[in-house]
Design a protein around this ligand. Sequence first.
Ligand code: SAM
Length: 305
Amino acid sequence: MLNNYHTPVLLNEIISNLHIVANGTYIDCTAGFGGHSQAIVDKLKNGNLICFEQDYDAYNFLLKKFKKNKNVKIFNENFTYIDYEIKEKVNGIIFDLGVSNYQLINQNRGFSYKIDGPLDMRMSQKNKLTAKTIINTYTKQQLVDIFKKYGEIKKPQKIVDEIIKIRKQKAITTTLQLQKIICDKTKGSIHRKHPAKTYFQALRIVVNDELNALKQGLEKAVNLLQKYGILAVITFHSLEDRIVKHFFKNITIAHDFYGHDVPLYQKIKPSYCLITKKPITPTQAEIERNHKSHSAKLRVLQKIC
Ligand SMILES: C[S@@+](CC[C@H](N)C(=O)[O-])C[C@H]1O[C@@H](n2cnc3c(N)ncnc32)[C@H](O)[C@@H]1O
């Protein structure tokens, strides 16, 4: 289903890889505006869907959207609580990482370098840390580290120096203020993408502790899969994808009890197998329909014993 708030990415691909059984139990860890969830529900008869969504606005939207579906349970929680809320083994779990279009275009949420708004970037309204706090209170070294590590920016020093200089005079409180600082300082250099994009990405990752949540979520999700259960994950940038790729690789290769590589006859067979040797990416037609899908990568694994 398409709606104004978000267009689900790789919808057919994720659904066909889930091999949904009508009486199965499925978890959507990042339910957003319910595009993927709806496609799962449409294939269920006596089965159940459990949704996690940390954004309160999206959670309320989901409550209304699925109010007639007694087989859909929705938690306004971080997916790192998945093992706390769910004790049964399930047939399939999906993650569709990152932000929804609603979050991106909503002025009040402060995710976009193109739209003016408060420097916020919190996906969960329960979260205390905002981008404004980071930009105005973190030390020079902390800011440099954040932009290097999470924005993969080689030399952020010039921009961090400017942030420090400006914030001494007046707090930096809006997205366009920060965008302007970045653009002014990178004027004249050639960029493949908007110069503010990776700075904003880095801040968003830290505000929402996205990479730690992903690592925890994956660990917990595979433990909830029943035999032949499927885990499918869509990522949107290389830092996320690297985590998923390595995690999938590590749990699908034979190893000894301690995880070491040993001679073949001593190896313990893995409990999971890779379904996608290479990630599934959107077709040209999908990218033309929905440009935001262009960087999406879908990786899938299955529990085999
Ligand atoms: C790309 S959108 C998902 C869109 C959804 N698949 C759909 O079709 O509408 C990602 C959503 O995941 C939520 N999210 C991201 N990280 C989360 C986490 N750790 N726990 C719970 N929700 C999370 C975001 O708030 C956002 O609404």
